[in-house]
Structure formats: structure tokens, C-alpha cells
Design a protein around this ligand. Structure first.
Ligand code: ZN
Length: 649
């Protein structure tokens, strides 16, 4: 070793080491030395030496790490990992100096210090190893696996085995776990259209279940899982999965797990995160819409063509789950029946009048003057004039719900503007918290009281000369503050009714549909149309298909290209398929038939892209209202057209 270090001939060193090895074949120290000298030039021989040394000195951490490093150099990653894990797990290690000459050359460390350093080296080696596997090996292998799949069925099956091997060997790699399910799904999608894919999709979903937990900050894994649940018709679970993912505080960078690697677009971390989050939100919209469609189907009544929720069962449900929500709904109804309005003003000034609802601004003003008299109120009234009771109610966004009664005088909530409802639900999903009437009222009271204090201060300092420009300025300032006050002091019950839509959906979720899941539903959910999301999801990689032959460095497979390259699409002519379903009268048809209709609605929704969803909803609602046949043509971003024909008898 010294002759090697001192720059003497490598040949000489290796010769001497060889002599030593011949003399002391059973010495780990000599074998380690030989391995060290060989590793630069004779990798295979070095590996043999280190392997023999590791066998002779199983409790030597340094020897195990050297052995592992050599395995790694030889691209035998699985074995390298096993050896590194063994190195880390040695419970009664021997002094590294016993088996490694390097220590004799330059060391005045104690045995304990040498052991400490050896342990640190083992940990570092493991860390570098996992980094390499996650950041280089698995991504490269993923591309090779995905390329291989494009080559055809048999190759695809082999590729799946390789993906499975990666997942089993490198459990710390989220992408490897994801790849296994991803590839499995690709394979399932290549099955004959006549084969029921449901059990296979279930299996894919189960495959990913542990990864969703183990890599719980991964947005791409969560999205993929949620999509699977959606395709399976498990909408409640799918929605939960989306909400959970959206609520992740600092998600993993999508580029750590995305498949194909690099497919989530975005220069910066934030761009990539928002790209995936947008897809999650789109999926939520689809889920909501499917839920809404289902809920309509069985409850269709001729005279009530809109979606509706009977208040009584709704309240019973709320009482069992959320009493304060039940109270809010009861209060809202009472208020609406009395005033024909959902919005009201509150007095911010006193705890005594907390809870009082003023149906308009004049009554709020009257209340302020009588219950909280101030000498400046008169002044305020005089300078504001008619503006005092001006009120702008900006409640367009809340117009998705209204109230009516059916012919038997049952109270009913009607969901009239689906896009408003979507927005409401999506906003909640984004904020992550459900609105709370009590909290919001408290906040508004505090804010309102602050504004009133400010108004009083400005009134007190009002210039005496009412013809001066200072007076005008002050007056318009006060006017703005007052308008702001009125705006802040208004509350709208509908703001808190969004759980109605949610419950409505929950009550009528239809998770147990049986029968075929169409290829088109699966395709539309998993073949994300790039422009629709503002994301550049690229499926392809331009790498040479012959790369597939290099797949799996340690498990070389002979992947022959197959003549058939048929994987995803069942047939080419479904670009302009007509999905027809009947409305209205179909409700009285046997359940099997209804089921068929539901599947078709599924498909329609699945096919609809984000920007078109609202349009579809609007069209559907108009159709439901007018009961006339209309045709909805939906521009697909990928295909020329997905034409959806909606005809009604
Ligand atoms: Zn009051």
C-alpha cells in the first residue's frame, strides 16, 4: 500500500499484494489491500477480493462499505444496497484497523473514534446511494421501461416485471413505487376492450395505496391514485384524496416522482406544484359534477327538472353529523321565508345586539341611532344624505342555491347554478376550511366597529367651512368608509350553505356501479390534455427504442420489438363517438338501463376538459329546464371533436 501511495509502480504494488494474498489467503486485511489496489484497473478482481474480505470479516463496517462500493461500481445496485444495509446493521463491529491497512499509515485515533468514523462513512455511503437511485437510476430506468411498453404487449409484460423489480428493490423511491402502478395500468389499458378492466384497476389502486401513505407529500402519486378512484367510480374517496393532496403544506417537488420523468411542466417548484394542483381541482370538479348527475337521475321528477334537495331529510342528516350546520340551515330558512332574502346586515357595536339581523340598511341605521346613539350621527346623516342607505349586494357568486316548495308544500333547496356551486366548492377546497358563521360574524363585527370608530374620528375633525375643498375631500372619504362599513357588515346565509351541495352529493354517491369501465373513460382521465391544464404533459420520450435493450442494468432482458404497437386506444374511430343518453323518461326504465346511462354520463364528464365543464353544465341545465333536445359539442383539445348528443323524448 505504501509503495502504491508513494507513487511507485502500480505493478510492483499489486505484485507484492498478490504475494501477500497468496501467503495469507485467509486474511481480510490482505484482501482489502488487494481490493484497494485493484479497484482502479481491475474492477472485477477487486470485487472478488472485497467480497472475500467481507466474508472473512463480517463484523467489519469498513470492509462491508468497501464491498458495497465495489458492487455499486459494478452497477449491482440491489446487492450494493443489501451490503450497505448489512454494514449499518452490524451490532458488534470490530476495530476497522484490524482489517484495513490504511489505518496503520496515518492514524493516531482510538478504536472508538475509528468505529465512529466507520459508522459515519457507512451512513454517508447509504445516503449517496439512495440519492443516486432516486435521482438518476430510477428516472433512467423509468424512461426505459416506458419506452419498452411502447414496443408492444410481450415487451410491456417484461417491462412490468422490471418496474415491479425496481419497486421491490428500492422501496425508498417514490417514483419506483409509482412506476409499478403506472406501468401496470398501461398494461391493463392495452387489454382487449372486451375484458372487464375493473378488477385490474382495483388492483392498480391497491398497489398504490401504501405509497400514498409512505409518500404522503407527493402530489403526483396522490393525483394518480385519485384518478384511479374516479375511474373506478369511487367518487367520495377520489374527492377525499384530492382534498388531502391540496391540503399538503409543503408538497414534494412533482419532478421527484412524475412519470414520465419530467412530464410535469414548470420552471420553478411553485409552477410545478400549481400545475398538479390544477389537475387535482379539475378532478374535483368532475367528481362534483358526476355526483350531481347521479343525484339527479334517481330523483328526477317531471315538475322539478332542476337538482333539488328536500330540506327535511337534509336537516335530519345534518343533525346527526353537524348540529351547528343544521342550525345555520334552519336559521337561513326562517330568515328567507320571512324576508325573501338570504343576506342580512349585522350591528357591529354591541354584544347585546349580536345575533340581530337587519334585512336592509335603513333598519340597520335606525338601530344604530336608537341603540347606540352618538352626537355625530346627525352630522353623518347630513353629509351622506341618500348615500347613507345605499347598499350593494355582491352575491352573484352565491346564486347557485335557492329555495322553493314542491307541490306537497315540502321545503326544497334548489341548486340552480352549477358553476356557482362548483366555484363555491372549489374555493372551499382551496381554503381548506369550511366557513363558520359565528367566526365570520365575530370578524365582521370587529372590522365594522373599527371602521365606525374611524368615521367618528373624521367626523370630529370635519372642517367647518362646508364650501371648502378640504370639506369635500373629508366628506368623500367618509362616504367611502361608510360604504365599506355597509359592505363589511353584510352576511349571506348562502355562504354557509355550501355543505348542502356536498351533502347532497354525499347522500347520493353511487360507488357501487358494476359493469364495464369503458376505455374511453380511462383514456380521458389518464391522457391529460396538455393545453387544458396549462401543463405540458408529454407522454413520449425521444430516446432510441433500442435503449430498451439496455433496460435493467443488473437484470438485462432481451426485449424484442413486437409488430403490434397497440396499447391505449380501443379503436381509432372513437374520436367522434356519440354518447347519447336520454333524459326524463329513462328514469322509469329498469335499473340496468339506468346504470348504463350513468356510465355514459361518467364518460361524458371524464371527457370534458376543465374549461368546458362549466359550459357543459350550463348546457345540461338549460336542457333540463327547457326539456328540448340540444346538442352539445365539446371541443376536445386533442381530438377534433368529442360530440355529445343529448336527446330527450
Ligand atoms: Zn347594535
Amino acid at each position: 500500500m505504501r509503495s502504491h501511495k508513494e507513487g511507485k509502480h502500480y505493478k510492483e504494488a499489486i505484485l507484492r499484494a498478490g504475494e501477500l494474498a497468496a501467503k495469507h489467503g485467509g486474511s481480510a486485511l490482505v484482501l482489502n489491500l488487494v481490493g484497494e489496489l485493484q479497484k482502479a484497473m481491475h474492477r472485477d478482481s477487486a470485487l472478488v477480493s472485497f467480497a472475500a474480505a467481507a466474508k472473512l470479516a463480517p463484523n467489519c463496517i469498513d470492509t462491508a462499505v468497501s464491498h458495497a462500493s465495489m458492487l455499486f461500481e459494478s452497477e449491482r445496485y440491489v446487492e450494493a444496497q443489501v451490503e450497505l444495509l448489512r454494514a449499518l446493521a452490524i451490532s458488534d463491529p470490530v476495530d476497522p484497523a484490524e482489517h484495513n491497512v490504511g489505518y496503520g499509515l496515518c492514524s493516531d485515533l482510538t478504536s472508538a473514534e475509528r468505529l465512529r468514523d466507520a459508522r459515519a462513512r457507512a451512513r454517508n455511503a447509504m445516503e449517496s446511494f439512495t440519492t443516486f437511485i432516486c435521482e438518476e437510476f430510477v428516472p433512467t430506468e423509468s424512461i426505459r421501461v416506458l419506452d419498452a411498453i411502447k414496443l408492444g404487449r410481450e415487451v410491456a409484460a417484461t417491462a412490468y416485471d422490471l418496474a415491479k423489480g425496481l419497486a421491490t428493490s428500492f422501496q425508498f423511491s417514490g417514483r419506483a413505487q409509482f412506476l409499478r402502478a403506472y406501468v401496470y395500468l398501461k398494461r391493463v389499458r392495452g387489454f382487449d376492450p372486451a375484458i372487464d378492466k375493473r378488477p385490474f384497476l382495483r388492483r392498480t389502486s391497491r398497489m398504490l395505496q401504501d405509497s400514498v401513505i409512505a409518500f404522503r407529500r407527493s402530489l403526483v402519486i396522490a393525483l394518480f391514485h385519485a384518478k384511479l378512484l374516479f375511474v373506478l367510480g369511487e367518487y367520495a374517496d377520489a374527492e377525499r384524496a384530492c382534498h388531502r393532496a391540496l391540503a399538503i403544506e409543503s408538497p414534494d417537488d412533482p419532478k421527484e416522482h412524475d412519470l414520465p420523468p419530467g412530464s410535469v411542466s414548470g420552471e420553478e417548484y411553485d409552477d410545478r406544484v400549481s400545475c398538479v394542483k390544477n389537475q387535482l381541482r379539475t378532478l374535483i370538479k368532475k367528481i362534483i359534477f358526476v355526483g350531481a348527475s347521479y343525484s339527479r337521475l334517481p330523483s328526477y321528477e317531471k315538475e322539478d327538472s332542476l337538482m333539488s334537495v328536500k330540506v327535511k331529510p337534509l336537516l335530519e342528516l345534518c343533525n346527526a353529523t353537524d348540529k351547528s350546520l343544521a342550525k345555520t340551515i334552519t336559521d337561513a330558512l326562517r330568515f328567507f321565508k320571512k324576508n325573501n332574502s338570504w343576506s342580512f346586515w349585522i350591528c357591529p357595536l354591541s354584544a347585546r345586539c349580536d345575533g340581530r339581523e337587519f334585512v336592509d340598511t335603513p333598519s340597520l341605521w335606525k338601530h344604530l341611532c336608537s341603540k347606540h346613539p352618538e352626537r355625530l350621527w346627525g352630522k353623518l346623516e347630513s353629509i351622506l344624505g341618500p348615500k347613507l342607505c345605499e347598499s350593494e349586494r355582491d352575491c352573484f357568486a352565491l346564486e347557485w342555491i335557492t329555495f322553493s316548495q314542491d307541490q306537497d308544500q315540502h321545503d326544497i333547496f334548489r341548486l340552480v347554478k352549477m358553476d356557482g356551486m362548483f366555484d363555491s366548492l372549489i374555493r372551499r377546497a382551496y381554503v381548506g376550511a369550511e366557513p363558520n358563521l359565528v367566526e365570520m360574524r365575530t370578524d365582521k363585527c370587529r372590522e365594522g366597529a373599527e371602521i365606525l370608530e374611524g368615521i367618528k374620528r373624521r367626523l370630529g375633525a370635519l372642517p367647518a367651512d362646508i364650501s371648502s375643498s378640504q370639506f369635500d375631500d373629508a366628506r368623500s372619504g367618509i362616504q367611502n368608509m361608510w360604504l365599506n362599513f355597509l359592505k363589511i357588515s353584510v352576511l349571506d346565509y348562502r355562504e354557509f350553505m355550501y355543505p348542502v351541495a356536498k351533502l347532497k352529493k354525499g347522500m347520493t354517491d353511487n360507488p357501487n356501479i358494476v359493469g364495464h369501465i369503458s376505455d374511453s373513460k380511462i383514456d380521458s382521465i389518464f391522457d391529460d390534455a396538455p393545453s387544458a391544464y396549462g401543463c405540458n404533459v408529454s407522454e413520449g420520450h425521444d430516446s432510441d427504442p433500442s435503449d430498451a435493450n439496455k433496460m435493467g442494468t443488473t437484470r438485462k432482458q432481451n426485449l424484442k420489438p413486437l409488430h403490434s404497437n397497440r396499447t391505449l386506444k380501443a379503436d381509432g374511430d372513437h374520436q367522434e363517438s356519440e354518447l347519447c343518453f336520454e333524459d326524463g323518461n329513462s328514469m322509469v326504465k329498469p335499473p340496468n338501463d339506468t346504470e348504463g346511462k350513468e356510465m355514459e354520463i361518467d364518460e361524458i364528464v371524464a371527457n370534458v376538459e376543465r374549461n368546458e365543464l362549466e359550459l357543459l353544465v350550463a348546457n345540461l341545465l338549460r336542457k333540463w329546464q327547457t326539456q328540448t333536445a340540444i346538442e352539445v359539442s365539446l371541443l376536445s383539445t386533442k381530438k377534433p371533436l368529442t360530440k355529445t348528443c343529448l336527446s330527450i323524448k
